[in-house]
Design a binder for this molecule. Structure first.
Ligand SMILES: NC(=O)c1ccc[n+]([C@@H]2O[C@H](COP(=O)([O-])OP(=O)(O)OC[C@H]3O[C@@H](n4cnc5c(N)ncnc54)[C@H](O)[C@@H]3O)[C@@H](O)[C@H]2O)c1
Length: 277
């Protein structure tokens, strides 16, 4: 159901690759809610994914940009402002990649060049997206910027590797820049800490199927899906959340507040050899 929550708003969504991407669902939902959306992803992703299909559905365009390059981001904003006829109202950062995870390099034998790339792509790009917007004065007052995070920023999760550090940085940038951009332009900046979700990036984490089952059993409301996330994200882009800023907002069915659940304990007990219990 659509509520016209974003009627008249304009925004940029970074990171839609294919139908399973969280950015894909969020861009579609924003469009359904009345927003004009422009899409951006790397040139490689544009070749490998099917973002053009989404652009057709949303009657918009896709602008290639490597989010580690400020000049690419500037070009996205320039083109977007031309199309929008002025400033815009929201930005989604849905970007993450770890070459260490991709190459299965263990955390205790990490490749530091790759580590820097992880931080650059998944963390510092958020700062660049915000800083470039501020320098260009590209956002209207009371705009909203959102990035997607994961609980590995606070807790250690098996095999999440150096993405944990990238997410900790991402959440910190939301606080540090949220203060400055809020103080000067009433722009709010938040991160959403999402349940594990089957996407191209998510499925790259070793043992992902088991993780999905575990978090679902641990969460009283079950895992939050990409569609659930899109609903939540729309509220953050809307005028209904104008005083929410500098927050890391858990969207995980309750997982982050749990220690042990009945459903997870049941599974754990089943796996024990009870002759030895
Ligand atoms: N899937 C999960 O379980 C999960 C959970 C919590 C948070 N997240 C986060 O959600 C975000 C979106 O990931 P997703 O799960 O939808 O997977 P996805 O693979 O669909 O999206 C990741 C995107 O990052 C883009 N990207 C990589 N390098 C880039 C660069 N240099 N410049 C611009 N874009 C670049 C990719 O092209 C891709 O579109 C990521 O930040 C991810 O860490 C994912």
């Amino acid at each position: 159901m659509a509520y016209n929550l974003l009627k008249g708003k304009k925004g940029i969504v970074f990171g839609a690759l294919n139908e399973s991407s969280m950015a894909w669902k969020i861009a579609s939902r924003a469009h359904d809610e009345g927003a004009e959306v422009i899409l951006s992803n790397t040139a490689v992703a544009l070749r490998m994914g099917n973002v053009d299909e989404l652009a057709r559905q949303l009657n918009t365009k896709v602008i290639a940009a490597d989010a580690t390059k400020a000049e690419d981001i500037k070009n996205v904003y320039e083109q977007a402002m031309e199309q929008f006829g002025g400033k815009f109202d929201f930005i989604l950062h849905s970007i993450g990649m770890s070459p260490n995870v991709r190459k299965k390099v263990p955390y205790d034998d990490i490749d530091y060049e790759k580590f820097i790339q992880t931080i650059n792509i998944s963390g510092i790009s958020f700062h660049k997206i915000i800083q470039t917007a501020k320098k260009m004065d590209a956002l209207n007052e009371w705009s909203s910027i959102v990035a997607l995070s994961y609980i590995a920023a606070q807790r250690t999760l098996y095999e999440y590797n150096d993405m944990a550090e990238a997410k900790a940085l991402l959440e910190s940038i939301a606080r540090s820049f949220g203060y400055i951009y809020g103080r000067e332009k009433n722009v709010r900046i938040n991160t959403i800490s999402q349940s594990p979700t089957p996407t191209t990036a998510g499925s790259g984490v070793k043992g992902f199927e088991g993780l999905l089952d575990f978090t679902s059993r641990m969460s009283p409301l079950g895992n939050a899906s990409a569609d659930d996330l899109a609903d939540y994200c729309i509220t953050l882009f809307s005028d209904l959340t104008r005083k929410v800023t500098m927050q890391n907002l858990y969207h995980d069915g309750g997982f982050s507040s749990m220690g042990m659940s009945k459903r997870a304990m049941h599974m754990y007990n089943k796996s024990l050899n009870c002759d030895e219990c």
